[in-house]
Design a protein around this ligand. Structure first.
Ligand code: GLC
Length: 578
């Protein structure tokens, strides 16, 4: 009875107060593109994690605490009573804003984003709405965000502010933080506080980016995020806001933020991958896992080639100086970037198949008819011959980045370059491909040199029969028993011998028989063990086909050992000496 009346009340309330999803403030595609232009051109930015946690440097009671340094309050189970007073020790006397921004500028970074308030709740500016800030909680008396903004304007670097949605210090959430709970006892009050602080940041420092974080907390909803997004767009119409303002998995405006991760391919929205120069975001004494210069330069290229920006993080020490290693890393990236300006900043994503030797982009001025592609060679070909697969044009001239011509040929759908006259350069060797007469991009199968006369049977075109056998992203998965099969109808154009290969990924607990029947011919083979590193081309043997014309072809396993797996993408019949 009780339940019923509660339900009724809820239903009535729903009728009286319909839940209206908040809509994102409208903006045309052209307006959006224009607002985002500097950002999508930027390629590279600096992330700074700096706060009270920097004082601890990842250690509590003399011991390193596992996890990111800026999370130490949580992972070190430090109570608010112990943590809050640490702010008094925050005194960035060695902070040289000009030097910070100059380092970013020299590294080739076009923007920076600094944590003005991380999860700990401490504010890096003197806010009128809290005493837990640089104004009241410390003896230090400088406006460091103001100094950074001035330096950014001086060096032509865009200034961005990170602001955490969760706040372990605000009274609405403070209780039990150290116990890893996410309480919220006054959402309205807290949202008012956030809005007032964000307005303060905009009024004082006019940030080009507002970078949110902490959106995962259960009390923060999509509607809350969209409402905040609209509020900010109103206050600062040109400002760019990252997608963590709402729920990052659903919200893509203004841009996506993969973290310590680079997507495998270009995305359908603007994005920026954030990575650290070591592991922790905030300064951590025990974290010496500095990434090599090669890893960092190649990371920037790889992200840019997929259409994204790299936001690379440095965690300054408590006094505002930077760890020596990070100064060196940025300087070295700057050296590479300034020696390859055109290949770093003048480029955009091109839809070529990702080469096994590195990455490719195209210059922004390229058209379908003529233009310039850039190749970034990470893995130097042992025989000095570089193959750009699936890329061709009427004519192509290849040269080094500095314009030294390199011998090359167009072979079928590929460009083959002779690199024997040049040496690889540090981190990545850039090549230029000037093309005219129309760019031709074709699909590439990396494990097989296709000659054009193979019979190609794709799982996606097969008739699959079996209880759990099905197609998933063009791959036949869910093989279970001997009755499972994939069948095709194909045209055999010329009789003769064919090599049979399957492009697949498998793991068999014991030797497993497989039969390929083509017309009245049969090929039996055995698969054992497993493939490593994804899909492989596996040879099943040879088959002789005497009859031309439409022919049925079936692939079937003799049985399927328990806890074994097979993902099948393509079956190739490759003519031998026809
Ligand atoms: C995470 C962490 C955080 C870091 C951020 C950077 O969400 O909570 O400490 O600031 O990622 O992207």
């Amino acid at each position: 009875m009780k339940l019923k009346s509660t339900l009724l009340t809820v239903m009535l309330m729903a009728v009286l107060h319909p839940v209206v999803a908040v809509e994102v403030q409208p903006e045309t595609d052209a307006e959006f593109d224009q607002r985002m232009e500097w950002f999508t051109d930027a390629q590279f930015g600096l992330f700074i994690h700096y706060g009270v946690y920097s004082v601890l440097g990842g250690e509590w009671n003399g011991e390193p605490v596992n996890g990111y340094a800026e999370w130490i309050q949580r992972w070190g189970k430090i109570t608010p009573e112990e943590y809050i007073p640490l702010a008094a020790q925050f005194s960035p006397d060695a902070l040289d804003a000009d030097a910070w921004v100059k380092r970013a500028k020299d590294a080739g970074m076009k923007y920076m984003v600094i944590t003005t308030k991380h999860h700990e709740g401490f504010c890096l500016w003197d806010s009128a709405y809290t005493e837990y800030d640089l104004g009241e909680a410390t003896v230090f008396d400088r406006d460091i965000l103001g100094e950074l903004k001035v330096a950014c304007d001086k060096y032509g670097v865009q200034f961005g502010t990170y602001y955490s949605i969760i706040d372990w210090h605000h009274p609405s959430q403070r209780a039990q933080q150290a116990l890893n709970k996410t309480p919220m006892n006054d959402k309205e009050g807290y949202v008012t506080y956030m809005k007032a602080q964000l307005k303060e940041l905009i009024d004082r420092y006019d940030p080009a980016i507002m970078w949110f974080d902490g959106d995962w907390t259960p009390w923060w909803t999509m509607d809350d995020g969209v409402d905040l997004y609209n509020y900010l767009r109103e206050l600062s119409p040109d400002m760019i806001i990252n997608n963590r303002v709402a729920k990052r998995n659903e919200f893509k405006k203004d841009y996506g933020t993969p973290e310590n991760f680079t997507p495998g391919a270009a995305l359908d929205h603007v994005w920026e991958s954030c990575w650290t120069v070591n592991h922790s975001w905030g300064f951590k004494k025990s974290d010496t896992t500095w990434k090599s210069n090669e890893v960092l330069v190649q990371k920037l290229i790889d992200i840019n080639a997929k259409g994204g920006n790299l936001l690379l993080n440095v965690g300054p020490q408590a006094d505002g100086s930077w760890p020596e290693a990070s100064i060196g890393q940025l300087a070295e990236m700057g050296r590479w970037n300034s020696a390859h300006q055109e290949a770093v900043y003048g480029t955009e994503f091109v839809a070529v198949a990702e080469p096994e030797w590195g990455c490719m982009t195209q210059s922004k001025s390229s058209t379908a008819e003529s233009g310039e592609l850039f190749g970034y060679v990470f893995k130097w070909p042992e025989d000095g011959e570089l193959r750009v697969r699936g890329v061709s044009a009427g004519t192509v001239e290849v040269s080094t980045y500095d314009g030294i011509p390199l011998p090359s040929q167009l072979v079928k759908d590929d460009i083959v370059v002779d690199l024997s006259s040049v040496q690889p350069t540090d981190y990545a060797t850039v090549l230029r491909f000037n093309y005219s007469g129309g760019l031709k991009l074709s699909e590439v199968s990396y494990d097989l040199e296709l000659e054009g006369d193979e019979l190609i049977l794709k799982a996606a075109d097969a008739t699959l029969s079996g209880k759990t056998l099905r197609l998933q992203d063009g791959i036949a998965v869910g093989w279970k028993g001997g009755a499972d099969s994939a069948s095709w109808n194909m045209d055999v154009i010329a009789p003769g011998k064919f090599a049979v290969k399957i492009f697949c990924d498998y793991g068999f607990r014991r030797d497993t028989g497989v039969t390929l029947t083509v017309g009245d011919q049969e090929l039996k083979a055995t698969l054992s063990g497993k493939t490593t590193n994804g899909m492989k081309l596996v040879e099943l043997g040879e088959i002789e086909l005497d009859d031309v014309g439409n022919t049925a072809c079936t692939l079937q396993f003799a049985g399927f050992p328990k806890r074994s797996r097979l993902s099948l993408k393509t079956l190739y019949l490759v003519p031998i000496n026809h």
